[in-house]
Design a protein around this ligand. Structure first.
Ligand SMILES: *Cc1c(COP(=O)(O)O)cnc(C)c1O
Length: 406
């Protein structure tokens, strides 16, 4: 039985919400696969995937099934008790990755927060308080808590909130010499996104990640991969570190892991995990049965040869057509990225205007993303139908044509 709900509109956002977001003019109300409908019944194709979250599109039957089944069983017990879905999920992640232990939380920022705290705790226990420095990369993004914006180091996210967490430095991305110059025996961890997501879809070079691994080993520092955006099939491998063949000590996951249900995970080895003894860290909701039941279903579908191979094939389809559109309309200098995390770099004429492209696409019934002002980003469902890719890219081409005319 459903209760009559009061009607709401986009204008209500400005009346009742904290103004830290600027949502689009329409309100999505329903989704199926890679299609979304708004309040007026208008249909859009979704190449944004809720910012690399809706890994199996909208209302995927396996996820709806897992969530409903768990909803009728047990929602929450807190970490005073463990629960079956959490243990099954941890087994799955441990079996599928380098990791031997999992910690569950509710977001990417929390997964990174746990990763950074673990790195500092390990260094503190093994080497003493001097060894606490964290090296991150320029233009990285690790979340919005005070620790994670401090590590991200981008002033637009970290300035104006009082003193930041100290002991953090930033070196240019993909610059091994810079990392070599900065790392020391005071370094407890180096944190890298295998593909910088928010800052323009910039993939790491293999030699860079390999070199970072060697430098960390040399200085007893831990290598943390922030795979919040790149993980769970996005690159055509379960995690991007597998694509690169470079194994971290700690990995953070979130976004796609829940396919739209909030969950985050920090994965690590047994030897490191043991430093987070009882009471050292925690979260009320982390490892919640509903979230873990959905994430189990996500992994069951995504971690299959068919889906992962499909990601690589769909990448080719996107890339070929986007390069063609970019050239025809003088819009892009480069189409980059791995798997279904794709960034189109705007030409000088369109620099700074990713928002205009976003708006033009929306008018044609297509959801895309920005990754900074100069890059148009695509992060669709990993199982987006080929027909939806074709139709979505037709819409994108119409948007590009209109942009150029205007
Ligand atoms: C989105 C993102 C985060 C933050 O995740 P939240 O769930 O928003 O806290 C952290 N790191 C990377 C690489 C991300 O893309």
């Amino acid at each position: 039985m459903s209760v009559e709900q009061a009607p709401v509109q986009r204008a209500d956002f400005d009346q009742v919400m904290v103004p830290n977001y600027a949502p689009a003019a329409f309100i999505p109300v329903r989704g199926a696969g890679s299609r979304v409908w708004d309040q007026s019944g208008r249909e859009l194709i979704d190449f944004a995937g809720g910012i690399a979250v809706n890994v199996l599109g909208h209302a995927h039957p396996a996820l709806v099934g897992a969530l409903t089944e768990q909803a009728n069983k047990l929602w929450h017990v807190s970490n005073v008790f463990t629960n079956e879905p959490a243990l099954r999920l941890a087994h799955k992640l441990v079996d599928a990755t380098f990791a031997e232990r999992a910690f569950f939380c509710n977001s990417g920022a929390e997964a990174n927060e746990a990763a950074f705290k673990l790195a500092r705790r390990v260094a503190h226990d093994r080497f003493g308080p001097e060894k606490h420095e964290i090296i991150a990369t320029v233009n990285s993004f690790h979340g919005r808590t005070l620790f994670t914006v401090s590590v991200g180091g981008q002033p637009k996210y970290s300035d104006g909130f009082g003193p930041k967490i100290t002991g953090i430095s930033h070196v240019p991305y993909n610059d091994l010499e810079a990392l070599k110059a900065q790392i020391s025996d005071k370094t407890c961890a180096v944190v890298i996104e295998p593909i910088q997501g928010e800052s323009g879809v910039v993939p790491a070079d293999v030699a860079y990640l390999q070199g970072a691994r060697e430098l960390c080993d040399k200085h007893n520092a831990l290598l943390i991969f922030d795979e919040v955006q790149t993980g769970v099939g996005r690159t055509g491998e379960l995690f991007a570190y597998m694509h690169y063949g470079v194994t971290p000590d700690i990995l953070s996951s979130a976004k796609s892991l829940g396919g739209g249900f909030p969950i985050g995970a920090m994965l690590t080895t047994e030897a490191l995990a043991k430093h987070l003894t009882v009471g050292t860290h925690g979260t009320t909701y982390g490892g919640n049965p509903l979230a873990c039941a959905v994430a189990n279903a996500v992994l069951d579908v995504v971690n299959t040869p068919e889906v992962l191979a499909g990601v690589k094939a769909k990448h080719q389809k996107f890339k070929a057509r986007l390069e063609q559109i970019g050239e025809k309309y003088g819009l892009f200098t480069q189409v980059r990225g791995i798997g279904l995390l794709i960034g189109c770099v705007l030409t000088d004429a369109w620099k700074g205007k990713a928002k205009d492209v976003f708006n033009a696409a929306e008018k044609e019934g297509l959801m895309v993303l920005q990754a900074g002002p100069d890059v148009v980003r695509f992060a669709p469902s990993l199982v987006v139908e080929d027909a939806d890719i074709d139709e979505g890219l037709d819409r994108f081409e119409r948007a590009a044509a209109k942009l150029i005319q205007a």
